[in-house]
Design a binder for this molecule. Structure first.
Ligand code: UD1
Length: 393
């Protein structure tokens, strides 16, 4: 008997969607871990993981692949180091070849790093649909390289997946059409909740000879805090004052280490360690008396862990961590930070609410929505055609 005739349309509908996820820097890996887990469970998607190489040291990259059970990247672009322009341009050059050869139906990017904006720019001009996860966050501070990356990525994305309500408001205010915006929750928290029990088995506290609740954790890497030797020197001096009150554990980011070494700044009095793996760092954060940080993701993680977080910045793109979480913006004035530390040490543990949809299922929601959105055939050139027919400013 002849096999039933399959029309072109049926054939398209049955073919899996070729979906490329791009990750480049440390905070991307926990986000793509949640997304790939959700995509791999569905026949509709044929996911491919591309690692740009922006973060390349074993302790900034490989350890996350091992601990988060991420598959080996299908492609590794090997773009490491360089200025922002060089890094972005090199990722663009290499990823254009990847996209041209592989012809994905959809690009999924996360966060706000240089690799995110580079991949988005290239996909957008090749007419590949772009989904941005963690869209809409705004610090309104264009001195932050990440803010530029967020703005450019969002304006070029077709599907914008947002982690907190402020992101929806920001995108609406920027004129992004409503049908592109989806409030889905936080994929970084999906990974935290998935690995929390495993992290409880980490022996990092014993290795560092520190007691539950008896130490502060510090992370610093923002260019605005670490690239100016004067500012970095002041911050380190302030941390040494905190260390007079309780142990300060400082996993030092490569950027910060390089800048401190060049400026001849010593960190005696602080318990400095290399960047930690995911499970060790999660355990360290969860048992800390307080966290001092300029990271975005850590503001979110401490919100869920219920640990007081003092953010050493003048602004945050994640206001929900202040409104509902345990985060407080304290700036970088040493006296103000020390006062805030004293207040935390004198006070009772903070009360915390879990933001809506930070429930461990954000990646599943994204997969559901993408499955629905890709249910009808969309010619690959649609986006490019659509954009060129939109009114020009
Ligand atoms: C990048 C992201 C930032 C993110 C941070 C998390 C941008 C604009 N910034 O900042 O949003 O919060 O990652 O870590 O994309 N280096 C190493 N080993 C590594 C990685 C980097 O030695 O594995 C060195 C680089 O060569 C460079 C410096 O550290 O000299 C900074 O790395 P870079 O990727 O430029 O930016 P980050 O400061 O890490």
């Amino acid at each position: 008997m002849p096999s039933p005739c399959i029309s072109l349309k049926d054939d398209f509908l049955m073919a899996p969607i070729r979906l490329t996820c791009v990750a480049g820097a440390r905070p991307n890996f926990m986000k793509v871990a949640a997304l790939l887990e959700a995509f791999r469970g569905r026949e509709r998607f044929a996911p491919r993981l591309v690692h740009t190489g922006q973060h390349f040291s074993p302790d900034m990259s490989r350890v996350f692949f091992e601990e988060l059970e991420l598959p080996q990247p299908d492609a590794y672009l090997g773009i490491a180091g360089g200025s922002h322009a060089v890094q972005t341009a090199e990722v663009m050059k290499a990823i254009e070849i990847e996209f041209t050869e592989r012809r994905p139906d959809l690009l999924v990017v996360v966060g706000d790093v240089n690799s995110t904006v580079a991949a988005t720019l290239v996909a957008s001009k090749l007419g590949i649909r772009v989904a941005h996860v963690e869209a809409g966050l705004r610090s309104f501070d264009r001195d932050m390289p990440e803010e530029i990356n967020r703005l450019v990525t969002d304006v070029l994305s077709d599907h914008l997946f947002v982690s907190e309500p402020s992101g929806v408001q920001n995108l609406r205010a920027e004129g992004i059409p409503e049908e592109r915006i989806f409030l889905v929750g936080n994929v970084m928290i999906d990974t935290l909740l998935r690995f929390r029990e495993r992290a409880a088995e980490s022996s990092i506290l014993e290795q560092l000879s520190i007691a539950v609740g008896g130490y502060a954790v510090v992370t610093l890497h923002r260019p605005s805090n670490v690239d100016d030797p004067g500012r970095l020197g002041e911050l380190i001096a302030m941390l040494k004052r905190v260390a007079e009150k309780l142990t300060v554990v400082f996993p030092v980011h490569p950027r910060t280490r390089q800048q401190a070494e060049q400026a001849g700044l010593t960190m005696d009095g602080l318990l400095c360690v290399p960047p930690l793996g995911y499970l060790d760092f999660l355990r360290l954060q969860s048992q800390a008396r307080l966290v001092l940080t300029d990271s975005g993701g850590i503001q979110e993680e401490t919100t869920i862990l219920g640990v007081p977080c003092l953010t050493l910045r003048e602004n945050t793109e994640r206001p929900i961590t202040i409104e509902q979480g345990t985060n407080k913006l304290v700036g970088t004035n040493p006296a103000a930070v020390l006062e805030a530390v004293t207040e935390v040490l004198a006070g009772s543990p903070p009360t915390q609410q879990t933001p809506a949809l930070w429930d461990g299922h954000a990646a599943e929601r994204i997969a559901d929505i993408l499955q629905r959105l890709t249910a009808s055939p969309v010619p690959r050139s649609t986006n490019a055609q659509q954009r060129s027919s939109e009114p020009q400013a």
